[in-house]
Each structure stands twice: as structure tokens, then as C-alpha cells.
Design a protein around this ligand. Sequence first.
Ligand SMILES: [Zn+2]
Length: 235
Amino acid sequence: MKWRAWAAGIAALAALGGGMLVQTYRVQIAPAASPAAAREIQWILDAGHGGEDGGAVSVSGVPESQVNLSIALRLDQILGLLGQPALLLREEDVSLHTPEAETLREKKRSDLMERVRMVNELPEATLISLHQNSFPQGQYWGTQLFWAPTDGSMELAKELQTLIQENLQPENRRAAKEVDPAVYLMNHVQGRAVLVECGFLSNPEEEALLLSPAYQTKVAAVLALGCVKNAPVPG
Ligand SMILES: [Zn+2]
């Protein structure tokens, strides 16, 4: 029947339009912080991976990208309440690659280059890159901090590691370390930057915690506490 074809066409257009709107919105907001707003932003929150690149997969099949985003959104809210303006590099389950990227490999590379570009546009802000760990053996657990080879990053990573151990994981014996040279984003940013491997999605008990909203909020709250104690000094 004719009206059905018409309705289907409208639905398809709406879906297409919605997709295009999302795309436009993302492209516009990412670099769009006005000079005044950009000066206020003290923290850049990077929810690792996104879109086709889900990162590690948890023992029950949840992609790392979702857990990273949940914790990033919570951290953004808490920092906002504490008067610490933050910029989220992504607020949805998307990759940040530019339209020219076609293959998954190209998209991943372009996504990382875009993240670097956005971070380096705010050289006074501190990057908190959020990830989840995974290992073939399931017994490993615990948050671990990594620092970028930039000024002040080591001190912040060590302090956040200590705060996590004191407030959330008293049995955690991990020490903060310098990030591996292969981690592209962390080795191409110019400002203070730390990477948080919040926990192991390959450990069933820690996975259950990391997927629970209450624990995600606790992790975010401890990180926010460390951020407030180490807020960038206005330049
Ligand atoms: Zn990751």
C-alpha cells in the first residue's frame, strides 16, 4: 500500500537525518570550545576506544569502550560539581575519526590523531585517559596508573594510584608506571596526562564491579578527589 511505502521512506530519512545530525554535532563540538570556555577547561576526559573499536572485551562480553565511557561521564559530572570544568573527548559510543578514514585501521589511526589534536588544543588542561585492562589469565586485578612523559604527569599518576589504594583497593600493590612508548595518544600529547587502567575486565569479580554503576561512581569519585587536589594552576 502506498502510504506504507511513504511511511517507510520518512522513517529512513529520519534515521539518516538523525545520523547526520549526530555526526555534525560531534564534528562541531569537538574543536568548538570558544576561547573563553577553552581557558576554563582544566581536565580533558578521554573515554578510550568507541564505535567499531570496542577495545578489550569483558568475560561476559561487554566492550571496554562502554565501561570507559560510563566512568568518564561520571567523572565529568563529579568534576563539574566540584567546580572543575572538563571536556569529554567523546560522550557517545562513537569513534572520532575524520570522514576520509575508510578501513578499520584507518579509522583507528584517525581517531587517535583527532584525540591528540583535541588534547593539544588545550595545553593548560590535564588529560585523564580512561581504559580497562585485560589479560589471558583471569586472576589479575586492580587499578593501575600510567604517566605520559610530560611535566607533572608522574606526580599525578602516583598520587591517583595512592588514592585508589587508600580509598578503594587496600590490597592493590600495583605501582604507577611510565606509559609504554607504543601508546600513541599518551606519547603525542604536550600537557600533563595520565592513563587509568581502572581494572581487569578479564577477572570475573573485578568485571562485576566495573560493570556496576555504584562502583563506577566510586572510581570516578576517587579520581575526582585526586583531580581537585592537583588542579592545574591557572596560567
Ligand atoms: Zn583500552
